[in-house]
Design a protein around this ligand. Structure first.
Ligand code: OAD
Length: 240
């Protein structure tokens, strides 16, 4: 059996892909937004109101990050990039570093990275794996109290949107993995990719908000369904 040639695969990932690594999701029953109000810890207004609370929240998540490892789903996507003849690009909403730890190279962090900090005064962005405090001094502009985690908050523009749009417009296959489809612009990527002719596939524990927009849906644990789907894509590519 022959399969259509796939030249470009664009993969959107969300918190669900890291759940089996022990990273909390946001909107599941025991998720982060069940314990915190996002307006307090994930908005510029929240940071202006109570910077300590916001820094503590991300310091806690950064410390926990030291203990987590990529799971079978992250590893399968790295294998897909290494072994499939197509150009494979991951666009992740996750701020964790598990895709890169698994070996993925073409990776876009649209919501920033927990292991980076940025200066609200001069715009410096750099790798950072320790706590950030209100006394922290920016190594570039020497101001104190201006450093924050380099993560995108609600009300801020996600990173690399132009590059992502170009990828979506040239995709033959679009996969959405472990995301509830509640947060735009990422939730709109399936429509954008579909409009430009990509086949669209959802791989998630349960139907997402936009599940009816996908050509195919596969529901189950990412650690099981993603390796199986990647094996299928690799087998189809070698059949051609
Ligand atoms: P959500 O917490 O909204 O959704 C996670 C999805 O993963 C849900 O649909 C779950 O059913 C699914 N899921 C949970 N465990 C899974 C597993 N083991 N395997 C497969 N799927 C699983 O997380 P996101 O969609 O990533 O933004 O959230 C998007 C954005 O909202 C985040 O980047 C963050 C958040 O607020 C900001 O903080 C700006």
């Amino acid at each position: 059996m022959t399969h259509p040639r796939i030249s470009k695969i664009v993969i959107l990932t969300g918190a669900g892909i890291s759940a089996e690594s022990g990273v909390a999701t946001f909107r599941d029953q025991d998720g982060i937004w069940a314990k915190y109000d996002y307006r307090d810890v994930a908005t510029p207004d929240g940071f202006a109101r109570d910077p300590q609370l916001v820094l503590d929240f991300y310091n806690m998540r950064r410390r926990k990050h030291g203990d987590v490892q990529p799971n079978a789903a992250h590893l399968a996507l790295a294998r897909l990039e290494a072994e499939h003849p197509a150009n494979v690009v991951i666009v992740t909403q996750n701020v964790d570093a598990l895709h890169e730890a698994a070996g993925s190279k073409a990776l876009i962090h649209m919501h920033g990275e927990i292991l980076k900090r940025k200066c609200g005064n001069c715009g410096l962005q750099e790798q950072w794996s320790n706590d950030i405090t209100r006394q922290s001094v920016c190594p570039n502009c020497k101001q104190a109290g201006t450093l924050r985690p380099d993560v995108v908050w609600f009300g801020e523009m996600p990173y690399h949107m132009e590059t992502i749009a170009e990828h979506l417009q040239s995709a033959d296959l679009f996969l959405s993995i472990g995301t509830s489809g509640h947060v735009y612009p990422a939730a709109g990527f399936v429509a954008e990719a579909g409009l430009h002719g990509a086949k669209t596939v959802e791989l998630n524990l349960e139907p997402s908000e936009g599940t009816s927009l996908f050509d195919e849906t596969i529901h189950g644990y990412a650690g099981e369904i993603v390796p199986a789907y990647v094996a299928r894509l690799l087998a189809e590519a070698s059949d051609r």
